[in-house]
Design a protein around this ligand. Structure first.
Ligand code: SF4
Length: 472
């Protein structure tokens, strides 16, 4: 068996080693490997994984594979997420379900990749319990997918190739994008923040930024091909450019240069409050940089923030929000919050609720803390019962939901610009899309509006969406 096992201790290391930029090129011997064969990709987790899945689809189509339902696939890829236990459970449920499929379709090659593949415990479990998995590769070597499929086809043996390294940058990758109007654009990879609860710095390697000219070229091409919106992706986009040794070029420079490409809408995620600077807040005043910021706070308690290694205080976070609102009146702010982090007391939790009021969040992803093996927080003593954790989460939900509704109400009677995604899932006569403030809008309008930006008058605000009608 070809075997390269991950190692979390090694993955933690950060050195001064410079980044290699490798241009992807498909070797001729892999070009027809997928002729008359089909593929499918199942994606768990964040937008970063969705972007990676679009790249893997691009690579597979270059090899001659065509897309199909998972039941008909000759190559099935599962792109995993390790951020919470719940995502891991869903992955094992999916893989368990594939056993029967593999028995029916013995030649099917099942591949596992993404953040879970970077963890030693996953590899151990796969070796012990999941013989139906043929190929495992990690987040650093997606571009080597053709070689792994080739090896597996040639030898019919398992291929496990996971690198525990700081990581390089691969350019000129193909993409099969799910939308022809909205695109994810990776601007950087990895994370050096080492929040104590988070596995990402181990699974994704060190912070490394793509060169600006590569990103600008990608967005210019998207504009030429009719794309209207890009979402810039990175674990901590506000740290973009900090790793450049030869140029002084940061995230705000990139925002301004991308704004000049003529793309209609720019969004970005995820931000780290410590690295959000004044220049970025000012860049957001540009008309095509959307007035919405997702700024994860995680907790309102200084004691908990310290334990989490977030490197800012409640007061510093609020100071940034105040300045952001001064420079960008009406901006919508959303966040991530973890409740029941080990050591979180009732007073700490009340600090979080207080902060929610002070900021006036218009939405949040809220979670109960879930320990990730290999992270420092997994070793913290945790006396908070499940019942108490759920009580805190319920209280927080009520607060956040009130914020959603309040944030939506402010648009009643107003005209908002909506990029129309398609028809509503529940009603084919209703169109839906997102406003500049990232609000879901369901509205009556002309189907020809799909894929364009139109004006919609908001007639009613609900907690989770706005209702309206298209106007000229
Ligand atoms: S900033 Fe913190 S939470 Fe976000 S990816 Fe990095 S370590 Fe994880």
């Amino acid at each position: 068996m070809d075997f390269n096992r991950p190692n979390l201790q090694k993955a933690r290391k950060r050195t001064d080693k410079s980044i290699d930029i490798i241009n992807f090129k498909l070797d001729d011997k892999y070009k027809d490997l997928g002729l008359n064969k089909k593929y499918n990709v199942i994606t768990f987790g964040c937008q970063g994984n969705e972007a990676d899945s679009e790249v893997m689809s691009g690579i597979l189509e270059m090899m001659g594979f065509t897309h199909s339902e998972k039941e008909d696939a000759d190559v099935l890829i599962i792109n995993t997420c390790a951020i919470r236990e719940n995502a891991e459970d869903r992955f094992y449920g999916t893989v368990g379900g594939l056993k029967a499929l593999k028995q029916k379709k013995k030649d099917m090659i099942i591949c596992i990749c993404g953040c879970m593949a970077q963890e030693e415990k996953t590899i151990t479990k796969i070796l012990e319990k999941y013989p139906q998995i043929d190929v495992v590769f990690g987040t650093h070597n997606i571009h080597m997918l053709p070689e792994y499929i080739y090896k597996q086809m040639e030898t019919n043996k398992r291929v496990i190739e996971v690198y525990s390294e700081e990581g390089n940058i691969i350019e000129k990758l193909p993409h099969i994008r799910l939308s022809n109007k909205k695109a994810w654009v990776n601007i950087m990879f990895g994370c050096d923040e080492f929040c104590t609860y988070c596995i990402v710095p181990y699974t994704r390697g060190k912070e490394r930024s793509r060169r600006p000219q590569e990103i600008i070229r990608e967005v210019e091409d998207l504009v030429k091909n009719g794309y209207l919106e890009v979402t810039l992706l990175g674990q901590n986009v506000n740290a973009y450019g900090k790793d450049f040794k030869d140029i002084d070029y940061t995230f705000s420079n990139l925002l301004l240069d991308l704004s000049d490409t003529g793309i209609k809408r720019i969004r970005y995620t995820t931000s780290h409050p410590r690295d959000l600077d004044e220049a970025t807040m000012k860049a957001m005043q540009r008309e095509n940089i959307m007035p919405h910021l997702h700024l994860p706070v995680q907790s309102g308690s200084n004691a908990v923030l310290k334990k989490m290694n977030r490197k800012y205080t409640h007061e510093e976070y609020l100071e940034k929000i105040k300045r952001l609102k001064e420079l960008n009146p009406g901006i919508s702010i959303t966040t991530d919050i973890i409740v029941a982090f080990p050591t979180e007391t009732e007073e700490d939790f009340l600090e979080t609720l207080k902060l929610c009021e002070e900021v006036d969040y218009e939405g949040a992803f809220t979670f109960i803390y879930s320990p990730r093996e290999g992270t420092p927080a997994a070793k913290y003593e945790n006396n908070i019962t499940d019942e108490e954790a759920h009580r805190r989460l319920d209280i927080l939900h009520d607060k956040i939901n009130a914020g959603y509704l309040k944030g939506n109400k402010r648009f009643e009677g107003k005209i908002v610009k909506v990029l129309v995604d398609g028809t509503s899932k529940n009603d084919p006569n209703t169109l839906c899309g997102y406003s500049e403030h990232n609000k879901l809008v369901n509205f009556k309008g002309n189907v020809n509006a799909i894929g364009t930006i139109v004006n919609v008058k908001i007639t009613e605000a609900k907690t989770w969406f706005l209702i309206g009608e298209q106007v000229e």
